[in-house]
Write a protein that binds this ligand. Sequence first.
Ligand SMILES: CC(=O)N[C@H]1[C@@H](OP(=O)(O)OP(=O)(O)OC[C@H]2O[C@@H](n3ccc(=O)[nH]c3=O)[C@H](O)[C@@H]2O)O[C@H](CO)[C@@H](O)[C@@H]1O
Ligand SMILES: C=C(OP(=O)(O)O)C(=O)O
Length: 309
Amino acid sequence: MGANIKVTEGSVEGYAPSGLHGATIHMQIPSVTGTMDLMMAACLASGVTYIYNSAREPEVTDLAHCLISMGAMIQEGVGPGPITIFGCDKPLLPYRYKVMEDRIEAEAFLILGAMAGNPLTVHGCTPKYQTALIEKLRAVGAQIDIRKYSIIVRKAICPVAVDIQTGPYPAYPSDLQPQFMTLLSVVRGTSRITEAVFENRFNQSGGLIAMGADICVDGEDAVISGVRELSGSMVAATDLRVGASLVIAAIVVKGITVISSAQHIDRGYYGLQRKLEKIGVTVTRSLGFDEGAGKVDSRVAVPALCSRV
Ligand SMILES: CC(=O)N[C@H]1[C@@H](OP(=O)(O)OP(=O)(O)OC[C@H]2O[C@@H](n3ccc(=O)[nH]c3=O)[C@H](O)[C@@H]2O)O[C@H](CO)[C@@H](O)[C@@H]1O
Ligand SMILES: C=C(OP(=O)(O)O)C(=O)O
């Protein structure tokens, strides 16, 4: 597209001495943020850009709709067809746009519902985005009732093992793999999770094992042998989705779980405490000292809800 990009340690410098122009781009991997960056750049470039093998996550489509509202000309490809962007070489117009819901957050509640829903209703979601998860939750044994903008989930009475493999949308999302591992920790039988999108994405296993789970990680595979129950422990939210998986575990286990580094959870789950309170979970916050990082961190204590759902 005419840009020069210089990657140095700790910084990326990009400049386009003669401006950007349209191009035909074949993405090696259907990168989500890569597709979004290219789409935005192509809107301001001169000429037409074709992006082949683009990501098709709902957030990519949502961004396209936002850009179109701002004056961009974009044709979303169907099937293997490219996304086509007709560059307008001029600024886009200001526009007030309501971004789509956080589908990964909605899905975390669906997983919680499959473990403790009595029933649990998730409002304001778009069920067609949850197809891969719903199929797996039903396979585990949860009952799912789909409405237009909400989903009602009832917990699986005798949950059974299933295998999942992550992949680009519409396959099972990588961002939702840690939370599903929590569910698989307490089903009957042995399940396998294959993480085919992100490397090193089984960090939740340490916390779940501390809570009593039987998990063996080998490269991109994790084998989970279901145990009867987990129990509360001191665990760490080493990243955003690890935090979500541990919060779900904390709600359904015996006893109290204290999750450190809760700032990771706050970053990605807006108003989680308030939402959990609506379903009867009381979360207590405090400050603690993270020895590894040598600094004060945020902690949450979550008493189990299982006896009450
Ligand atoms: C802000 C945002 O939306 N983040 C999401 C986005 O991240 P993000 O857009 O960063 O993820 P990508 O789809 O780009 O990357 C997925 C994987 O492919 C690898 N890769 C990517 C491009 C490339 O040229 N070469 C390569 O090897 C990356 O290292 C990573 O392991 O999609 C991920 C996969 O659904 C999600 O987990 C992230 O939550
Ligand atoms: C990888 C993720 O986000 P971040 O890169 O913001 O931690 C995620 O959403 O799971």
